[in-house]
Design a protein around this ligand. Structure first.
Ligand code: DHB
Ligand code: FE
Length: 282
């Protein structure tokens, strides 16, 4: 249902994600003209091929133009690209890694989250809704060395599927933090379980999803960047067993290695889950 609240959220999400991208990643590269030419040529060839094979009409071409214009107007390019394209870029970028599996960053990372100690509670509202989760583990190198002082930069949505800084009304760093592991690379993160996430349905990306009769869901997930000096940072996500969208994530970012195995917490409140990271040398 498109309530007014949904509308406000989608508009704010697109604008915030576009602003974030422009601030953090200029997109400028020194890609040589021969490579630009080859990549642009082959993308255009692929488009031409689809038009010929499916006998695309003028009304369909104009619908595409109108839609592309709207994606920009809604500020939804970061959302659209990260949901439908980034997973293959990540696959190519991380193909040679021996350590932990990566997956997409998505549009909602915010650098500079509060620094927290090895036994951390993420910033959250008084009485934050959701199932309590204690997530703990160890950061090691591919040759098995504990990486003391490693950083786990974690972010996730709340129990309503909203990310701080991208949906209105949430405290700036809600459910975001940079945890410094202890001398043995170990960390404990107290938070709440994130809800499944639905791509905003009232923007241009939502319009495509509806027009194609797809669904707009990503399974519940934790995002993180794990780093240590001298090692490659890994950007990844972790997922919860039993989520109905683990097998049909719209962003195609789920991998079997990224599935958690939560256990009931010892104190009977919520879940406890362990996951270790393995970093490749830089
Ligand atoms: C999108 C949102 C996410 O939370 C995510 O992890 C990946 C993509 C998106 O809206 O594009
Ligand atoms: Fe996400």
């Amino acid at each position: 249902m498109n309530t007014m609240e949904d509308k406000a959220t989608a508009a704010a999400t697109g604008a915030s994600a576009t602003e974030r991208f422009r601030t953090d990643k200029s997109g400028a590269t020194d890609t040589p003209p021969e490579r630009v030419s080859m990549l642009a040529r082959e993308v255009l060839d692929a488009v031409h091929d689809v038009i010929r094979r499916h006998q695309v009409t003028y009304p369909e071409y104009d619908a595409l133009k109108a839609w592309l214009i709207q994606v920009g107007a809604d500020g939804e390019w970061p959302l659209f690209l990260d949901v439908f394209v980034e997973h293959v870029v990540e696959e190519v970028a991380n193909a040679a890694r021996e350590g932990s599996k990566g997956t997409i960053e998505g549009p909602f990372y915010a650098p500079g989250a509060p620094r927290l100690g090895a036994d951390a509670t993420l910033p959250m509202r008084e009485g934050e809704k959701g199932t309590p989760l204690v997530f703990h583990g160890q950061v090691r190198s591919v040759d098995g060395q504990a990486l003391g002082g490693a950083t786990v930069d974690i972010w996730h949505c709340d129990d309503d599927g909203y990310y701080a800084q991208f949906a209105p009304g949430l405290p700036e760093w809600n459910l975001r933090g940079r945890i410094t592991a202890d001398g043995d690379g170990r960390f404990w993160i107290r938070t709440i379980q994130p809800a499944p996430y639905q791509i905003p349905t009232d923007g241009a990306t939502g319009a495509l999803i509806r027009a194609a009769n797809w669904h707009a869901w990503r399974p519940a997930h934790l995002h993180m960047k794990v780093s240590a000096p001298g090692y490659q940072v890994i950007t990844t996500q972790l997922y919860f067993p039993g989520d109905p969208h683990n097998d049909d994530d719209i962003a195609m970012a789920v991998k079997p290695e990224l599935m958690l195995d939560p256990r009931p917490a010892a104190d009977g409140r919520g879940a406890d889950v362990e996951y270790d990271y393995v970093l490749d040398p830089a």
